[in-house]
Design a protein around this ligand. Structure first.
Ligand SMILES: Cc1cc2nc3c(=O)[nH]c(=O)nc-3n(C[C@H](O)[C@H](O)[C@H](O)COP(=O)(O)OP(=O)(O)OC[C@H]3O[C@@H](n4cnc5c(N)ncnc54)[C@H](O)[C@@H]3O)c2cc1C
Length: 419
C-alpha cells in the first residue's frame, strides 16, 4: 500500500516491522485498535530471516521468569512484567495455535520444527494481515514531530501519518544492512530520552595468530573456552565454537565476547580452548599413549583422527613441533607432553572484537528508567511506547533476545491499544 494514500488517523502507528513491531501490531489489532505498521525495507523481518543461521531460535525453554530475566544482568528485572504477561510459554502456545510446530534443542533452544526462519516471518505476515493491520513497506520514517510532550505525527518522504499512540521498534545498530541503523535512538534522544551508550554485543572474536585462517569453517563441538588475563581465568563457556578467517565465532564465543571486551579494555587477554574437556590430563595422556602403542607403525598424522578433527591435525602437529610423518613408536615423551598440553590448552591471543557489522545484538539503548515496565510506555512522552532491541537489554545466545521482542512487543501493543 502506498503511504501517500494514508490519510486516516490510526489508534497506533508502529515504526519498524521486525519481530517486536510485528508482535505488537498483531496484539494491538487483536485488542481492537486500528494499527499501521511502517517498515522502510521492501519486506518486513529482514533480520528475523537471518536468525539462528536462518533456522530462527525463537525462544529459550527457560520458563522460570527470574532465571530467564537473570540472563540479562541487573537490567533483566525490567522484564518481569512483560514475561509474566506474555512469556516463553505463551509465545510457544501462540506459535502452536497458529500452526507452527516447534522443537527444543540443546541448551533449551527452541526452533521451528521446519528449521525455517522464513516460516516464522511468513506466519506473522499472515497473522497481521488477518488481524487487519495496515502494513506499509518501503516507507522510511524521517522524523517524529512532538509538541509539549506529545507526538503529533510521523513524517515520511512524501506524507505524514497521525495516530493516537506511537510505538518505536526500530531495533539496534547491529547488521545495519538489515535496516537497523539506529533511527529510533536518534528520535528518542531528540525527544529527551537518555540513550545508554550503545556498543556491539555477542560478537565474533579476532585473534593475532594468522594460521587460524587454515581452520576457517571448522566447528568444534563440546569444547571449553576460557579467557585469561594476568594468568588468571576470568570467564569460561562450554559448547560449540567455530573458526573464522581471523578468529572465532559460534555460540560460546559470542556469549563470552562481552567479558572479553571488558578484559581487553584493561590489557591483554588470552583465549584457551580445551579440546577434550571430558578427559583430565592423566586420562588423556593414557589415551594418547594407548593410541600410539596400538598403531606403533603408523605415522602420527594418521593416528590423531580418532582424537581430533582432520582440519586441526596439521596445525596441532606444527605447534607441537612434531613431524606429521613420524612413526608412532618414535614419538618422544616430550612430544607427547606437548601434544597433550595443546589438546587441553589450545592458546590464542585475543586481538579484538568485531563491530556492529557482525554483532548479533546491540548493548545499551533506551534507558530503562525512563520506560514504564508495566506498559512499555515512555515516561517522558505521553503517547510513545518502545519494544524490542531498542531497549537497553542484551541477553546471551539461545533465543533470549527474540523473546524480549515477543514479550515487550506484545505488552506494548496491548497497552497502546487500550490507552
Ligand atoms: C545474524 C543474527 C542472528 C540472530 N539470531 C538470533 C536467534 O537465533 N535468536 C534470538 O533470540 N536472537 C537472534 N538475533 C537477535 C535478533 O535478531 C534481534 O534481537 C531482533 O531482530 C530485534 O528485533 P527488533 O524488532 O527489535 O528489531 P529489528 O529486527 O532490527 O527490526 C527493526 C526494523 O525497523 C525498521 N526500521 C528501522 N528504521 C526505520 C525507519 N526510519 N523507518 C521505518 N522502518 C525502520 C528496520 O528496517 C527493521 O526492519 C540474531 C541477530 C543477528 C544479527
Amino acid at each position: 500500500m502506498n503511504a501517500a494514500t494514508q490519510k486516516d488517523r490510526y489508534d497506533l502507528a508502529i515504526i519498524g516491522a521486525g519481530p517486536a513491531g510485528m508482535m505488537a501490531a498483531l496484539r494491538a489489532a487483536e485488542c481492537g485498535a486500528k494499527v499501521v505498521l511502517i517498515e522502510k525495507n521492501r519486506m518486513p523481518g529482514t533480520k528475523l530471516l537471518m536468525t539462528g543461521k536462518e533456522r530462527c531460535n525463537i525462544t529459550n525453554a527457560e520458563t522460570d521468569i527470574r532465571a530467564f530475566a537473570a540472563c540479562f544482568g541487573s537490567n533483566g528485572r525490567f522484564l518481569y512484567n512483560a514475561l509474566y504477561h506474555f512469556g516463553v510459554k505463551e509465545t510457544i502456545d501462540l506459535f502452536h495455535r497458529s500452526g507452527l510446530k516447534t522443537k527444543t534443542e540443546r541448551g533449551g533452544r527452541v526452533f521451528p520444527e521446519s528449521d525455517s526462519a522464513k516460516d516464522v516471518r511468513d506466519l506473522f505476515l499472515r497473522l497481521i494481515k488477518k488481524a487487519g493491520v495496515t502494513l506499509l513497506t518501503g516507507c522510511s520514517i524521517k522524523k517524529l514531530s512532538a509538541h509539549q510532550g506529545v507526538i503529533e505525527k510521523v513524517i515520511l518522504e512524501d506524507t505524514e501519518i497521525k495516530a493516537r499512540n506511537y510505538l518505536i521498534c526500530t531495533g539496534g545498530l547491529s547488521y545495519p544492512g538489515t535496516g537497523s541503523t539506529g533511527d529510533g535512538y536518534r528520535w528518542a534522544g531528540q525527544m529527551g530520552h537518555r540513550i545508554v551508550p550503545t556498543r556491539p554485543a555477542l560478537t565474533p572474536i579476532t585473534v593475532e595468530e594468522k594460521w587460524v585462517r587454515e581452520l576457517e569453517g571448522l566447528s568444534l563441538k563440546n569444547v571449553r573456552v576460557s579467557i585469561f588475563q594476568d594468568n588468571k581465568k576470568q570467564d569460561e563457556r562450554f559448547g560449540e565454537a567455530l573458526f573464522t578467517g581471523n578468529g572465532l565465532s559460534g555460540p560460546i564465543i559470542l556469549d563470552i565476547s562481552k567479558s572479553t571486551g571488558k578484559l581487553l579494555a584493561a590489557g591483554r587477554a588470552d583465549l584457551f580452548i580445551d579440546l577434550k574437556p571430558a578427559l583430565d590430563v592423566s586420562v588423556l595422556d593414557k589415551r594418547i599413549l594407548r593410541d600410539l602403542e596400538a598403531h606403533h607403525n603408523k605415522s602420527i598424522k594418521n593416528i590423531l583422527p580418532d582424537l581430533l578433527p582432520q582440519k586441526l591435525i596439521p596445525v596441532i602437529l606444527e605447534l607441537a613441533k612434531i613431524d606429521p610423518e613420524k612413526k608412532a613408536n618414535s614419538v618422544t615423551k616430550d612430544e607427547r607432553k606437548r601434544l597433550r598440553t595443546l589438546l587441553k590448552e589450545f592458546r590464542l591471543t585475543v586481538k579484538g572484537l568485531l563491530g556492529f557489522e557482525k554483532a548479533i545484538i546491540t548493548a545499551g539503548g533506551i534507558d530503562l528508567k525512563e520506560v514504564d515496565p508495566r506498559t512499555m510506555r515512555s515516561k517522558m512522552i505521553r503517547n510513545l511506547y518502545f519494544a524490542g532491541e531498542i531497549l537497553d537489554l542484551d541477553g546471551p545466545t539461545g533465543g533470549y533476545n527474540l523473546q524480549v521482542c515477543w514479550s515487550t512487543g506484545y505488552l506494548a501493543g496491548e497497552s497502546a491499544a487500550r490507552d
